[in-house]
Design a protein around this ligand. Structure first.
Ligand SMILES: [Zn+2]
Length: 377
C-alpha cells in the first residue's frame, strides 16, 4: 500500500469552525447532512454509512467506545481550542484555504486563529455574491455598485485573498450569460427594492449576478486570479439541474478568460465525469476533489477519484475537505483523502498503468502541489 501520510495537504476549499463546540447529538448530527429538514438529524443521519464511519474514527481518536453518546461526551470534555489543535495537528495540514463568508464570522474562529492552533498556514477567498449583496444593501446607484464591486475585486490579492469564489450555481445557475447594462440595471432595481423593503437581500437576480460576475472574471483574468465555482452537490435549496458544470460552456469558451484558473468544487458530484472531462479539455479548468462534503461513503469516493484520475491530469486535480462548523471534518477529510487516493493509485499500479514513483508524484500533486501553483501559495 502506498503510504501518503507524510504528504502535508493543502485543503483548497474549507470553511471556518464554530467557536462553540460543546454540543448534543442532534446538534452535532445537524452538521453532518446537507438536508435541512430536522427529520434527518433526528432519524436518518445515524443510519447513514458515512456518519457511522465518522463516529468510528472519532471513537479511536478520543479513546472511547463507538457509541455516539460516549463519543460526544468525550469530545465535550475538551475545549474548542484543544479540539482544533489536536485534530488539525493529526491531519498534517500545510495550508487551509478558507471561504470565511459562511458560517457567520461572529460565530466562528478567524482563519488566523485556526492557523495558529493548527500550526498551518491559512489564506482565504472572496465570495462574490456576498460582496454583491453587501454593496446592494448599502448603495442606491447601480454605477456606484459596479465601481465599488470592481475596486474590491481589483484589490482582492492585496487584501490577502488568494482566489475568488462564486455560488451562482445555488442562485441562478452556472449558465452565466451576457446581458446588456440596461437589462442588468433593471435587475438591480428589483434587487435594490428588495434590499430596501426587507433590509436584507438574498441575491437571485440573474441579469444582475451574471453582469457583475463578468466584471469579476475580466479582472480575475487580468490578475491570473483563480475563481472557485460551487458545482453539483450543495445547499439543500440547490436546483441541481443548474449546477451541472457543462452549463459553464459559454464562459469557458471565452479565450480572454483563459488566464483565470477556474476551479470546479465538490468534484461536481454527481456530475464527476463531466467536471473531470472539462479539466481535461480546457487549459484553465481545475477539479476539486472533496473528501468530507459531499457526504458520501468510501465506495463513492473511490468511484469519483478513479473517474477523475482516469480522465484528468493530476496537475489539474486538488484535494479539499470542504470542512465546516466542526474541526473533525478538516481532520477526517485529510485522512480519508490520502487513504482513498492511495488505494486508487495502488489499483493503477496493479493494472500496470503507472509505477510506484509516478504514483507518489501524482499524490503529491493532488494533495499539495497543484494548489500551490493555482493559488500562487
Ligand atoms: Zn464550501
Amino acid at each position: 500500500m502506498l503510504d501518503l501520510t507524510s504528504i502535508p495537504v493543502v485543503d483548497n476549499h474549507c470553511h471556518p469552525v464554530l467557536l462553540q463546540q460543546h454540543m448534543d447529538a442532534l446538534h452535532f448530527r445537524g452538521y453532518c447532512t446537507e438536508a435541512t429538514d430536522p427529520v434527518f438529524a433526528q432519524m436518518h443521519v445515524p443510519n447513514t454509512v458515512y456518519y457511522l464511519w465518522l463516529l468510528r474514527q472519532m471513537a479511536t481518536f478520543y479513546g472511547c467506545s463507538n457509541n455516539e453518546s460516549d463519543i460526544l461526551a468525550a469530545r465535550n470534555q475538551l475545549s474548542a481550542d484543544t479540539l482544533l489543535e489536536h485534530l488539525f495537528h493529526a491531519a498534517n495540514i500545510d495550508t487551509l484555504v478558507f471561504d470565511p463568508a459562511y458560517p457567520l464570522g461572529s460565530e466562528c474562529y478567524t482563519p488566523e486563529r485556526m492557523g495558529q492552533l493548527g500550526h498551518c498556514r491559512t489564506t482565504k477567498m472572496l465570495r462574490l455574491e456576498t460582496l454583491m449583496q453587501e454593496l446592494i444593501l448599502e448603495h442606491d446607484g447601480f454605477d456606484d455598485v459596479i465601481d465599488l464591486f470592481a475596486s474590491r475585486v481589483r484589490q482582492a490579492q492585496a487584501q490577502g485573498y488568494c482566489a475568488l469564489k462564486s455560488i451562482v450555481a445555488y442562485r441562478t445557475g452556472l449558465q452565466i450569460t451576457e446581458w446588456s447594462k440596461d437589462e442588468a440595471a433593471a435587475s438591480f432595481a428589483e434587487a435594490r427594492t428588495e434590499a430596501r423593503t426587507k433590509r436584507q437581500l438574498r441575491i437571485a437576480h440573474k441579469p444582475l449576478i451574471d453582469y457583475l460576475l463578468h466584471i469579476a472574471f475580466k479582472l480575475a483574468a487580468e490578475q491570473q486570479l483563480a475563481v472557485q465555482f460551487h458545482t453539483g452537490y450543495g445547499d439543500s435549496d440547490t436546483d441541481m439541474r443548474l449546477g451541472n458544470p457543462l452549463q459553464l460552456r459559454e464562459m469557458l469558451e471565452r479565450k480572454d478568460y483563459y488566464t483565470m484558473p477556474v476551479v470546479l468544487l465538490h468534484e461536481s458530484y454527481p456530475y464527476c465525469q463531466l467536471g473531470a472531462y472539462l479539466a481535461a479539455i480546457y487549459p484553465h479548468v481545475y477539479f476539486d476533489l472533496s473528501y468530507m462534503i459531499p457526504f458520501v461513503d468510501r465506495q463513492e469516493m473511490l468511484a469519483f477519484t478513479r473517474q477523475s484520475l482516469g480522465i484528468a491530469p493530476a496537475s489539474k486535480l486538488m484535494y479539499s475537505s470542504d470542512g465546516i462548523h466542526i474541526p473533525e471534518m478538516h481532520w477526517v477529510g485529510a485522512l480519508r483523502g490520502r487513504s482513498v487516493i492511495g488505494q486508487v493509485l495502488d489499483e493503477m499500479i496493479d493494472a500496470n498503468e503507472i509505477d510506484e514513483d509516478q504514483a507518489y508524484d501524482i499524490a503529491q500533486q493532488i494533495l499539495h502541489d497543484t494548489a500551490y501553483s493555482v493559488y500562487k501559495l
